[in-house]
Ligand binder design. Sequence first.
Ligand code: CMP
Length: 453
Amino acid sequence: MYVMRMLDPNSRWKEAWDLIQALAILLASIEIPVRIAFQPELTGWHLTAEAIVTVLFLADVGLNFFTAVPHRNRLITDRRYVARTYLKTWFVPDLLAALPLFLLPGVWEAGRMVKTLHLLHLNRLLKLTRVVHNIVDWQRHQLINAGIFRLVFVGFGILLIAHWIACGWILIGGVGPTAGDLDTYVDALYWTITTLTTVGYGDITPDGRWEKLYTMMVMVAGVGCYGYVIGNIASMLANLDLVRSAQLKKIDQVDALLKYRRVPPMLRQEVKDYYEHVFESHATPQDEALLAELPLALRAEIALVTHRDFIHKVPLFRAAGEEFVRTIVLRLKTAVYPPGALIIKKGEVGDCMYFIDNGSVDVISSEDQHVYTTLSEGDYFGEIALTLSQPRSATVRSRDFCDLYVLYRRDFEEALEQFPGFARHVRRTVKHRFRDIERRHARRNARQKSTGD
Ligand code: CMP
């Protein structure tokens, strides 16, 4: 027997499907109130659109029975569990929203929909709760910037509510006779906005019991929402880019301190450039400290994801097994060097080696500044002093801003022990580089001798 596979709720096409549903219901939430307000004749075109929406929503109900549900970081595919969860949560609103209620017997009279029964279309809007829930979920998964999302969400929500209130005002006959539908709508929206924002010019006034009651309700809602919205928007704008404002504050503080200590402007600019680069490459040590409390397994996962690009750049890592990469990434520390900085000085004792994530470095002889070689993204250096326990064999200087990963002696030795492949690779490079340095030394000595003679 053919059994349908359970769908992954995070798969591309399920996300696309949810997006289509969201767009359909957002359009409906704008169009249905207009339809209720103006009660146009439902022509064939309207009916086709309604049929499409019905099919879309019913298909969604069916699909939900075949979509795995996330539970504590796991996807549960058990059919019975999925069905039970759906029946208990979104099934009723989803199904009610999908029903083509306007096709009920008695809704139509002589080919025209009975006036008041246009309200039956409102069942579609039940689905809006689901869409709002989904959108909030996307936001939680950081698909959208939180600050911008809240602004757009609240802004759109206010406009939508104003639109509904305006349509309601038309329905109860609040707008006097005007030239056409568009003018009627603009008048109603104008009345809504002035009443909601408590401005109330009084040029459009309620007539009769129902209109007065409606106006009072909108006024009360307006007063309540006004303070909330204004207060919230101010804080949203302030928080829009919390990280960036914190970074700018830090740069300003450091610059003020340097100014106070009479550091020349050129040097201050260098410090600013350094900070800008560090913030851009997300390599601040504070970031690491922030994550230090997480359990090891979780940190390893995060490190694997955040270092994915870097790992691909380093041929040594690419060739090594998953286990090696998992062990090593957690031990790598980040370091940033501005252009022209001495990363390694020849003759010093070395307690770490470096991998280049971004930028390039020159390996130079300290005596005559001769450049042995230039290393760039994906290369490593500093391994000679570590493997042979001898002073640094050359000087290494950054050519531009360099993002490096540093591996310290203890971690390096553990990695050598645990992973013979890594050890072999490092030893081969050491031998090769050492031979290179010796050859160059010999050549230079010979040259010096011949010019001295
Ligand atoms: P170490 O001796 O620890 O410190 C200086 C580093 O420069 C050295 O390790 C090597 O990683 C690197 N290095 C030295 N000579 C060369 C070379 N000829 N080519 C590439 N890298 C080198």
